[in-house]
Design a protein around this ligand. Structure first.
Ligand SMILES: [Fe+2]
Length: 227
């Protein structure tokens, strides 16, 4: 499946505001690239484990939790995360961690792909980057700096609010979705995202992953989110 086909597939669209990813029987989405496509920035073995083991475990544990609570199992994952108080207490943490893990990684994979020299935000996103950060270089510097501030496991997020881009971070598998905000994209800073190749050098990982962000996809997503 090509990236363009994937963008238009149900799985990809499920992450846009108008569509919803149903929590019931969550499934591991296919990667929109070969496991070695991100080399040398992200190694194939890390991708195999990250997608095939870590993400699969979030999916399995989310399904396991929801199977015990049919009353909420049919709700979209985004809705469950936005209103965790409505999720029965016995599975609330499981939904937060595993539903979050599933949603976060599903978006993450879509925003990654083969390095394309000179790739950069386009159109409205390019203008928003200029307005919010003064340019792409400053934007990427702020993303890397934010990634270094996350203590332990978490994510760096870019959201679009009132025409401006905002960089924020979250612990564990929390995300802007929990506050009802659809993120533009996120960068996974859990050690499982980089430890095999970069060990403790998160700064090197952050610099590397910015080489494989698919700015065409993110630019298109920006248009959808800010419609
Ligand atoms: Fe991850």
């Amino acid at each position: 499946m090509t990236r363009r086909e994937l963008i238009h597939s149900a799985t990809a669209l499920a992450l846009l505001p108008a569509q919803k990813m149903m929590a019931a029987q969550a499934a591991l989405p296919k990667l929109p690239f070969a496991v070695d496509a991100l080399e040398p920035y992200i190694d194939a073995r890390t991708m195999e484990i990250h997608h095939g083991k870590h993400h699969q475990t979030y999916v399995d544990n989310l399904n396991k939790a929801l199977a015990t609570q049919p009353a909420v199992a049919a709700k979209p994952v985004e809705q469950l995360l936005k209103d965790l108080a409505s999720v029965p207490e016995p599975i609330r943490n499981a939904v937060r961690n595993n539903g979050g893990g599933h949603l976060n990684h599903s978006l993450f994979w879509q925003t990654l792909g083969k390095h394309s020299p000179g790739a950069a935000p386009k159109g409205k996103l390019a203008a928003a980057v200029q307005k919010s950060f003064g340019g792409q270089q400053a934007f990427e510097e702020k993303l890397r700096a934010a990634g270094l501030t996350v203590f332990g496991s978490g994510w760096v997020w870019v959201t679009a609010k009132a025409g401006a881009l905002t960089i924020e971070t979250s612990p564990n598998q929390d995300s802007p979705w929990m506050a009802g905000v659809t993120p533009l994209f996120g960068i996974d800073v859990w050690e499982h995202a980089y430890y095999l190749k970069y060990q403790n050098r998160r700064a090197d990982y952050l610099a590397a992953i910015l080489n494989v962000i698919q700015w065409d996809f993110v630019s298109q997503r920006y248009e959808e989110i800010t419609k």
